[in-house]
Design a protein. Structure first.
Length: 181
């Protein structure tokens, strides 16, 4: 599985360049219109070619993004994957209830997290020690809330709620409870 931070860096660069191209088009068009020249001095072929190019690049970026999301194959083909471990986690009254004090995972394991809420909508996210997010999902009461994730390297992770669920939600942190060995 590709490291999500690497995917995010690539997407940040690609989408930043895309937005700059769009802003340049808008600036050029605005300049042409406001400088007092006749609007017909803007060559339609050039303008529509550039717009077509931006549409092509935008669609291409979305297709590339679709193919680089690390969890996509697992999510789309759940029946083809067998989890190495399954953790059933319950959330109630602004507390995570884990099956054990520490969730121990072996490097290379595919883990299925099944998270249920009995009262409110919560978030369930795993965060690295530098506070960057590995993954997260919304936990809605009365619905199946699960995610499968393959852990590629040893690390210690923290569970946090990633959804506002009232004034106690900022306290929903279980520090260093997931250990990938």
């Amino acid at each position: 599985m590709v490291d999500p931070s690497l995917v995010l860096q690539g997407q940040t660069i690609a989408y930043t360049l895309y937005v700059i191209a769009i802003l340049l088009l808008m600036a050029w068009f605005g300049y042409q219109v406001t400088r007092g020249s006749n609007v017909s001095s803007i060559k339609p072929l050039f303008f529509y070619s550039f717009v077509g190019f931006l549409v092509f690049i935008g669609v291409s970026l979305h297709l590339v993004t679709h193919e680089t999301i690390p969890w996509k194959p697992i999510d789309l083909n759940r029946g083809d994957y067998q989890a190495d471990k399954v953790f059933d986690i319950n959330v109630k009254d602004h507390h995570f209830y884990l099956p054990s004090d520490t969730l121990v995972i072996k490097t290379g394991d595919l883990v299925h997290f099944k998270v249920t809420s009995e009262d409110l909508t919560y978030g369930f996210g795993l965060f690295r020690q530098d506070n960057t997010m590995l993954f997260q999902m919304q936990v809605v009461p009365g619905h199946m809330n699960d995610i499968m994730w393959k852990f590629e390297k040893p690390e210690i992770l923290t569970i946090r709620s990633t959804e506002y669920s009232g004034w106690k939600s900022d306290k929903m942190i279980l520090k260093d409870v997931v250990q990938v060995k």
